[in-house]
Design a protein around this ligand. Structure first.
Ligand SMILES: Cc1ncc(COP(=O)(O)O)c(C=O)c1O
Length: 380
């Protein structure tokens, strides 16, 4: 990738001949939209996850939208979500007229919602809980699933960060909740540019998601091309959330490379942790299980002046980011909610102190040394 002016970008892509060959295969096939590659990826990803149904989509955002629609959420229903997430977790709910209730994260060292922060928010109109597995974190999920079962609430996982990680019981991350949405955006652990998937244990949710993905039509262009059908009916108003065959073919290659990708990230996370501990700096890695984490990002907590540190690193050619500015503070969200700001002290503190350092499979030891030395120089 041309990383522009950055000496060390936040993320860099590791594509090679297998990805080129996958694109060539699709180009040679003459079929570019949802077809055999998409179907093959769905089967392969379902097998990998150990989940009966996978529906590939055009993005993680559209997978989430389909999850919410297929779950039957309606205007006026309440859904409990974290504010510490990307806006895409929340915006489809607001478009649907669903009332969003923000739960705090468990702590700045466990930046996900959990049974303790969700339970007090459950009310008569609560229908579902959306768990965002920040940096793949799965540990609080089983207790939250029990709470949801106890109250008859649907649990949906936003597993955009989680691809390639594992739950404490060894199962693949993203397979614990009845419905999960994945993102294959360009910088994710399974990167294809634009793409996503809904994975579900619920056959009816998968059926509805497949219908809504392609305008509620009873047949696809692919079916008609294969002479399976001559025409179609529209049985539910839907969207065009189909994936491109190019994305599906790339996703198949990246799924085969996923274990190695995550292992390479794990090595780098372990090295960052050693370097930061040796340097004795006040910057503290946000805990993530080394062996089972997806290691999508490498977030650290900065004691003070996070903006100053970001600027200092930028001046050294090192790109950093913040995951995330809290969603409840965005103007469009405040206008949509029209309520007083919720009290989310852990989320506020985390968003003020978190800094995401560069992490990708080809990040070199020398580059990591430069990042840590630059942080050291700032605090010295
Ligand atoms: C937590 C989270 N949710 C949802 C999304 C949306 O995914 P996409 O960019 O593929 O639409 C992302 C990715 O950017 C994300 O990080």
């Amino acid at each position: 990738m041309n990383a522009g002016a950055w000496k060390i970008p936040l993320f860099d892509l590791d594509y090679g001949p297998e990805e080129e060959e996958a694109v060539r295969r699709v180009v040679r096939s003459g079929w570019l939209t949802q077809g055999p590659e998409t179907q093959a990826f769905e089967e392969e990803f379902a097998r990998y996850l150990g989940v009966p149904e996978v529906v590939m989509t055009s993005s993680g955002t559209t997978a989430l939208h389909l999850a919410y629609l297929a779950a039957g959420l309606k205007p006026g229903d309440e859904v409990i979500v974290p504010s510490l997430t990307f806006i895409a977790t929340v915006s489809p709910l607001l478009w649907m007229g669903v009332r969003v209730v923000f739960a705090d994260i468990l702590s700045v060292r466990q930046p996900v919602i959990g049974a303790e922060t969700v339970a007090p928010l459950i009310g008569p109109r609560t229908r579902a809980v959306v768990y965002v597995s920040y940096n793949g974190l799965q540990e609080p999920l089983p207790a939250l699933r029990d709470l949801c079962e106890e109250h008859g609430l649907l649990l949906i996982e936003d597993a955009a960060h989680a691809t390639g990680g594992r739950a404490p019981d060894g199962r693949p991350a993203g397979s614990l909740a009845p419905i999960a949405a994945f993102s294959f955006f360009a910088n994710k652990t399974l990167p294809v540019g634009e793409g996503g998937a809904l994975a579900t244990h619920l056959p009816e949710v998968a059926r509805q998601a497949r219908l809504l993905r392609s305008h509620g039509m009873t047949s696809l262009s692919w079916d008609r091309y294969r002479r399976r059908s001559l025409t179609y009916d529209v049985v539910r108003l839907g969207f065009n959330y189909r994936a491109s065959e190019l994305a599906a073919a790339l996703a198949r290659v990246r799924l085969r490379k996923l274990t190695v990708e995550v292992a390479q990230r794990r090595e780098r996370v372990a090295r960052y942790r050693r370097l930061l501990a040796q340097a004795g700096m006040p910057v503290e890695p946000v805990p993530a299980p080394l062996e089972t984490g997806s290691h999508y990002i490498f977030p650290v907590l900065v004691p003070q002046d996070r903006e100053g540190l970001m600027q200092h690193l930028k001046n050294q050619g090192i790109q950093t980011s913040v995951h995330y500015p809290p969603v409840h503070r965005f103007r469009a969200v405040r206008e949509a909610l029209g309520d007083a700001l919720p009290s989310l002290p852990h989320t506020e503190e985390f968003s003020r102190r978190e800094l995401t350092l560069p992490l990708y499979s080809r990040l070199s030891p020398g580059q990591m040394d430069q990042v840590v030395e630059a942080i050291h120089a700032f605090f010295a």
